[in-house]
Design a protein around this ligand. Sequence first.
Ligand code: OGA
Ligand code: NI
Length: 354
Amino acid sequence: MEAGDNESSSSFPIGETAQEKGLSYVPKCYMMPPSQRPSLKSEFANVPVVDLASMIEDKPLERSIIIQDIAKACRRNGFFQVTNHGISQFILDGALSAAFGFFDLPAEDKEKFMSNDVYKPVRYGTGLKDGEDKVLFWRVFLKHYANPLNNWIKLWPENPRDYREKMGIYVEEVQKLAIKIMGMIRGGLGLGPTYLSQNVKDGMNVIAVNCYPPCPQPGLALGLPPHSDYSILTIILQSSAGLEILDTQENEWRAVQDLQGTLQVHVGDHLEVLSNGLYKSVVHRVTLNSHKTRISVSSLHSLGMDDKMKTAKELVDDEHPERYKESSFSDFLKFLHENDIGQGSSFLVTLKNH
Ligand code: OGA
Ligand code: NI
């Protein structure tokens, strides 16, 4: 077949997508239009690496400096990296190895989780919306709910044997970290210390375990198209570089440096809403490489399923009218069910008051 000319974008059986088969070319249905192709030599993003050591040790003076650093990053790009975040390298490595182990399983083990139903609490898939994508993306994923852990862990894959244990430990730690970072963000916005704190503690944590196999022509395709996350905060653990963020001041894509042990923190749509637009929900995409599989574990933190995120009243006045409509995680799922993010649909746009 001539470079995949006859490949349709209809649903592929498990193991039959180009990314899973390790094809030596990029089929047409994966090719981005020329203007949206990655340059693969983007400059590094100028994003702060926030050292959380003194926050973990609870030192008040240093804490206020960290709060300001985070506030600045949230206003600038909606993105920062954290180091000395309190999650050990052992736990990070464990989560990544559990993820690699899962994607290495034979098709039968993964097939039982395969679904296009965005309402499923555990699902495996390829692309964004299988079978409906206009352009396909070079990704395989497993998504599962994770908070409270005891409710959901029993639905997670049983194979590889250590998946639940290793991913479970990471998830507990990352949930605690998200709550701490949320506390600092609340401080930066001048909201009280308990503002939404219980709602976040009891909220949703969706874990998206992404696998981007090597791509023979990484300049033609993407792992994920430009999008912002619906969440309040997303924390990403990655095995290697590949993430790019849109620098809104320069209107250029910038590569995120892969620094050992750091985690990537994204401002999501629901934090832009909470902050009345003061903080930016970062637009990001995933680029590919031709030599090694990249894994990322995204942890998307939001309020509870039907708990509506609204703009903080403290940030609304005559000069700053409320810019967004309220919405919940379930509103996002409905949006996801009805729209195609691969075609540029944006949940955030639907929330804006005009
Ligand atoms: C996501 C995402 C980025 C990555 O899961 O929403 O943007 O690095 N992931 O895989
Ligand atoms: Ni994302």
